[in-house]
Write a protein that binds this ligand. Sequence first.
Ligand code: TMP
Ligand code: ASP
Length: 247
Amino acid sequence: MNHIQGSLIYEGKAKRVFAHENPDRVLIEFKNDATAFNAKKRSLIEGKGRLNCKISAALFELLELNGIPTHFLELHSERSMIADKVNVIPLEVVIRNIATGSLCRETPIKQGTMLSPPLLDLYYKDDELGDPILTERRLSLLDFISDIQLKEVEEITRSTNKILKEYFDSLDLLLVDFKLEFGTNSSGKLVVADEISPDNCRFWDKKKSDPKERILDKDRFRQDLGGVIDAYEEILKRIEKQSSHAI
Ligand code: TMP
Ligand code: ASP
């Protein structure tokens, strides 16, 4: 253990959160564990932690450059980052540009339908309940977020989607959908938290038309398609190629 990493505060399915010498910060370590379907499916994927940490760091930096507040402060190692310590809001905010996944399982909307404007779905973050989808009325009954803060969460999610969609388009990737989590830091500021990686985004390779081959995200694991780590590597490779061009 090094001087800035303190005791384990929380262990989730894909990350461990450690105390930091600065009480307003934490150290987040990305694990190689992969889970899906509320952890009913589990595996260890060597290299996943490093890839998700580096991809998330690059995307948080991109968002910060574009005025989106995030919890990210700096990379600590290839598999860990320093971030604001936040009070997590128990919401999973999903925004969808193209219909797939649960939207097509739960409604008659056809796979691949373009969603314009993008569809924003709110889920209650609770593993034991299986992260149920929320209605506006259920959300107000639960009473854990004000109308003003919810509006801010939705605005940040839509702006993040615009920035990331355009960015991934330039990498020949379609940003199909993704999930964000939010928290408030020690100053009470609302920030994007958790991670932004192929674990919580769907990416389709624009250069491929085969519906399975084009998948470059955790759906490869969910659907047993193989090549999970190669897909994650490909996402990082395209991000790194883009940033070397930008310099
Ligand atoms: P869904 O189609 O299964 O509802 O997933 C929508 C997006 O949210 C997709 O990019 C994967 C991501 N996601 C998570 O990050 N965590 C989850 O627990 C679930 C169900 C989805
Ligand atoms: N994140 C959830 C799990 O780990 C579900 C998913 O990503 O499919 O079970």
